[in-house]
Design a protein around this ligand. Sequence first.
Ligand code: PEP
Length: 254
Amino acid sequence: MRQPFIAGNWKMFKTVHEAVVHVKELRSVVKDVEGVDIVVAPTATALHAAAEAARNSNIAVAGQNCHWERDGAFTGEVSAAMVREAGAEYVIVGHSERRTLFGDTDQTVNQRVHAALGADLVPILCVGETLDQRDGGQTLAVLDQQLKRGLDGVSADHVASMVVAYEPVWAIGTGRNATPEQAQEAHAHLRGRLRSWFGADAAERCHVIYGGSVKPANAASLLGQPDIDGALVGGASLDVAGFAQIVRAARLGA
Ligand code: PEP
């Protein structure tokens, strides 16, 4: 049985101070919530402070990206080991903003996945099609390619522990979410591929979560779908009360 998984991607928002205030407020609002994995992903500069603010609570923290080398001459990058040392348990890899704006490819996403696993971080691997690809009937083929290449060389045991986030690019930050039926179709497809490539056990244990304009108003219908195990929430995660409502919707849908 997969426990619902709700993660907030703060993108490039919140200073260290704002992040600490947010986590302190959130931990008091969700302290009674059991049976939901609650994760926040602050910027790299706020990671350590946010992890300290979340210590001994039911909130974990995630990095938003990691480099595949342990250290070296890679100006501006942060390694998986550094993200782990800062207090994160998870790391987002292959977010569409990274792929579109910063040149991440399926190959570098795969390198980041391996680095994360090697640093004892759980990767949250993002996959998703653009609007042109959806309109061109290529959605499932795009998902297959991103999933297969992103997980190249990863063991079934590791896949079982991972999180895959289906994030249609056209739904991210647009206010236009996938319908529950569209999302369920993609999630069932992804789980089927995990089953063929990594076996039934890995497919049943791996979390497949949805991201793209999740809000308190649409969370319950999305999270009520059988193959939607949680949500990766961008804009709506910046507000404590709204994010907490999504967390509660996940608990009710479980
Ligand atoms: C995201 O950044 O992963 C995301 C899903 O953003 P939003 O919820 O704002 O669409």
